[in-house]
Design a binder for this molecule. Structure first.
Ligand SMILES: [Ca+2]
Length: 113
């Protein structure tokens, strides 16, 4: 249980660190990169962008990716190493609910247009 709490704390810390650096509300456009990651760009500020993996691999970040992460955590589909790497949106080395919450946060603030 102690390891789980530390894992969640690390994931949330990583997420908050990313959010502190990137003005999420201002991000609007999505760019699919050759490596399959997605860059969320702020058209008004070229220096404001964040690149994250695409959990469900459909070429776009949406609330469906949040669902894919929860399905992964529940043991549905997504069994390969590459697929599990894509689920780690916060890039802390652990797939957890925080990765799903991060995408929900981006969606709630209109960053996934
Ligand atoms: Ca996706």
């Amino acid at each position: 249980m102690k390891v789980f709490k530390r894992t969640v704390a690390c994931a949330v810390t990583a997420m908050l660190t990313v959010l502190a650096v990137v003005p999420v509300g201002a991000i609007a456009a999505q760019t699919l990169n050759p490596d399959g990651t997605i860059t969320l760009n702020d058209p008004d500020n070229p220096n404001s962008k964040i690149t994250i993996p695409d959990p469900n691999g459909d070429g776009r970040i949406s609330i469906a990716d949040s669902t894919a992460i929860l399905q992964f955590l529940g043991g549905f589909n997504y069994n390969t190493e590459e697929e599990s790497t894509r689920m780690d949106v916060t890039k802390n080395g652990v797939v957890s609910e925080a990765d799903s919450y991060f995408i929900m946060y981006l969606d709630a603030y209109g960053a996934l247009r």
